[in-house]
Write a protein that binds this ligand. Structure first.
Ligand code: PGA
Length: 267
């Protein structure tokens, strides 16, 4: 892989109460890890952000949100806006997680709007993509379908996000999360995930071109691509060692301190 530092993102979803979130954050804040090896981001619930953020303050662990409304403030009853996230010190925002697409009906257009808003606010969006189900048929057939699905999602979700966004430090991060692997205990194999990541990188270069103008580095090819879906302490190393996999997006296993610690030690 091209990244020496792995990006590990804990997605606590709605698994923990506020007090449980604080307790877990305290345990995690005592973890020893090498920042040359990994960057750790904790995405707590909105309710937990302030207090979890306080616990993590002064550590190397970064704060992330699981979603956001793509406006700073305003008449949006029940939503949480970008200004609040900024004030709380949020640096990363999950955008387009499959659970939001599924239960909140988030369309590709909404995901695109959120992505642009998060970038404009100077935070790092983590765009989640992935095919809904495994296709029957040969491996090739399955892969062709899944790859087309993911390419379509990327094209729609990254629509009209200018190339220049890739030249500043807060470029989008991509998380490949095949929906059939999320919370099922049946992850993709590292080989398959790796192949899809290679494909995603190709699609990004296809959308943006290999080089951003005036830059000597090919920025779009430097976007980290994370794998997510039933990652745990037993299978993490396999993903982390696979080509094209720059980090992990972890749900269930990230809510257990010991599991998370073991995963970090695999980096
Ligand atoms: P999981 O969730 O690790 O519990 O499968 C991953 C995710 O949805 O981000």
């Amino acid at each position: 892989t091209i990244f020496m530092t792995k990006l590990i993102v804990a997605n606590w979803k709605m698994y923990l109460t506020l007090s449980q979130s604080i307790a877990l954050a305290k345990r995690i804040s005592n973890f020893k890890f090498l920042i040359s090896k990994l960057e750790l981001v904790v995405c707590s619930s909105f309710v937990g952000l302030e207090k979890v953020g306080k616990v993590l303050n002064g550590t190397h662990i970064k704060l992330g949100a699981q979603d956001v409304w793509p406006e700073p403030r305003g008449a949006f009853t029940g939503e949480v806006g970008l200004d609040d996230l900024a004030e709380l010190g949020v640096e990363y925002v999950l955008v387009g997680h499959s659970e939001r697409r599924r239960y909140q009906g988030e369309t590709d257009a909404v995901v695109n709007t959120k992505l642009r808003a998060v970038l404009a606010a100077g935070m790092q969006p983590i765009l989640c993509v992935g095919e809904p189900k495994r296709e029957l048929g040969s491996k090739n057939h399955e892969f062709r379908k899944a790859k087309n699905y993911v390419r379509n999602q990327l094209r729609k979700n990254l629509k009209d996000i200018p190339n220049s966004k890739f030249m500043i430090h807060n470029s989008p991060i991509i998380a490949y999360e095949p929906i059939w692997a999320i919370g099922t205990g049946r992850p993709a194999t590292p080989e398959d995930a790796s192949e899809m990541h290679g494909w995603i990188r190709k699609v990004i270069v296809e959308i943006y071109g290999g080089r951003a103008s005036g830059q000597t580095e090919a920025r779009p090819t430097r976007i980290p691509i994370l794998y997510g879906g039933s990652v745990n302490s037993k299978n993490a190393a396999g993903f982390l060692n696979a080509p094209h996999i720059d980090g992990l997006l972890i749900g269930g296993a990230s809510t257990k301190a010991e599991e998370l610690k073991l995963i970090l030690s695999a980096c």
